[in-house]
Write a protein that binds this ligand. Structure first.
Ligand SMILES: Nc1ncnc2c1ncn2[C@@H]1O[C@H](COP(=O)(O)OP(=O)(O)OP(=O)(O)O)[C@@H](O)[C@H]1O
Ligand SMILES: [Mg+2]
Length: 396
């Protein structure tokens, strides 16, 4: 490449460059600049080349944000011919721009410093993009900080909700446990009262009976006292779930015993008791004390119902039916209206002023615990019948 070719190439490069280029000689006189430089600072290239030594720097300073700083830097740079410097200057005219400035000495082939090169690059757009990215990064950081603290608050609240839920659950559990215990306690108290009522009657009648009847009456009373003591044990054992003490039970004997027990009360209420059972019936695996409660409840209900009809007949029937033993308790009372029939077994459902509404509820509980069923049939003004069915083979 000839020297002329090099010059051509250099000139083409200078013309095409994005850099504004200025070349000054060793005596600080500006000698050469490219088109981009002139555009940046609103200069004609002739101005640069023919200008007085101070002209270009003053022209430039007038267009910069910090003219004094600019002139100081020039003195600083020219004070040391080998100094290299790179910094930024802010242009305010003709437009607000940010320029990256670079300066370094120019040497000839022998290495002698013959002048100084200045370049200026417009970095406004790059910087604003950088600034935007930086601002976005700051914003993102702030947002993530806010999110993190919001998350912390939400987590805290969730923890509180969870704690409250656990507490509520425990309280609910306690309440349910308590109400179940309360229910059982009431049911046992009710059973006790059902034993006490005939017992009191037996006691009043005991005086008037002949010696044989009195002995029988005392026997009945002893059995009821036994039942009472067993019930007390049940009451004390309320914390435990209901357990059945199943033994082979002669239901026929049980019915006879209860019939005898309520006989006196039935007589007072003008109720005649009829009892029918086949001679030979199988034993049933059952808890006799609990079955006692079922029968007492059903029989007392029937007698109480027949007050409305000034007495009547209470028919007890025992037979074998569908693989089990069926006990039917029928009265000739007023019957139960259909809407009430659905609620009979609900706890605390009663139509009697002195009733607790727990008799049928505990009847069903006991029968179901034996794997049996209890059903009601009633015809208004013709009476009611409760049928209890108990399996002969013990349910697993
Ligand atoms: N044989 C019956 N004839 C008519 N109504 C009956 C009969 N048996 C039960 N009932 C009705 O069912 C209701 C509930 O009976 P349940 O034995 O559960 O409670 P209670 O007899 O009212 O009170 P207690 O808890 O003292 O037994 C009774 O109040 C009554 O209205
Ligand atoms: Mg009752």
């Amino acid at each position: 490449m000839t020297e002329n070719d090099e010059l051509l190439l250099l000139r083409a490069l200078l013309r095409a460059s994005d850099y504004g280029v200025l070349l000054s000689d060793a005596s600080r006189r500006d000698r050469l600049c490219n088109r981009r430089f002139c555009e940046m600072f609103e200069l004609e290239s002739v101005d640069v080349l023919q200008a007085q030594p101070e002209y270009v720097r003053l022209h430039l300073a007038a267009r910069l944000k910090d003219p004094a700083g600019f002139l100081e830097t020039l003195d600083f740079v020219y004070a040391d011919p080998v100094r290299v410097l790179e910094d930024e200057v802010e242009l305010i005219s003709p437009k607000r721009r940010l320029l990256r400035r670079y300066t370094a000495p120019v040497t000839d082939q022998q290495g002698n410093i013959v002048g100084r090169l200045w370049t200026f690059l417009d970095i406004t757009r790059t910087r604003s993009t950088e600034d935007k990215v930086r601002a976005q990064a700051v914003q993102l950081k702030e947002q993530s900080r806010q999110l993190a603290s919001a998350l912390k608050i939400v987590t805290g609240r969730l923890d509180k909700v969870e704690n409250t839920l656990t507490l509520t659950q425990q309280q609910l559990f306690e309440t349910e446990k308590l109400s179940a215990v309360g229910l059982l306690a009431a049911s046992v108290a009710h059973d006790i009262r059902n034993i006490l009522t005939p017992l009191t009657i037996e006691l009043t009648l005991a005086d008037q009976n002949d010696p044989a009847a009195r002995a029988e009456s005392l026997d009945a009373m002893r059995r009821q006292v036994d039942s009472l003591s067993l019930l007390t044990h049940r009451l004390l054992a309320l914390a435990k779930p209901d357990t059945l003490e199943r033994v082979p039970t002669d239901v026929c004997a049980l019915v006879t015993r209860i019939t005898a027990l309520v006989q006196a009360q039935a007589a007072l209420e003008n109720v005649v008791i009829a009892y029918a059972a086949p001679r030979c019936l199988p034993l049933v695996p059952a808890d006799p004390i609990q079955l006692d409660q079922v029968l007492v409840n059903l029989v007392l209900n029937a007698i109480q119902a027949m007050r409305a009809t000034n007495g009547g007949t209470l028919t007890l029937t025992l037979d074998q039916h569908a693989g089990g033993l069926r006990l039917r308790v029928a009265d000739t009372g007023p019957g139960i209206p259909l809407p009430l029939r659905k609620r009979l077994f609900d706890p605390f459902f009663t139509t009697r002023p002195d009733g607790a509404g727990l008799g049928l509820f505990s009847c069903r509980r006991i029968v179901q615990a034996h794997g049996g069923t209890i059903q009601v049939r009633s015809t208004p003004s013709r009476g009611t019948q409760f049928a209890v069915w108990l399996p002969i083979a013990a349910a697993l």
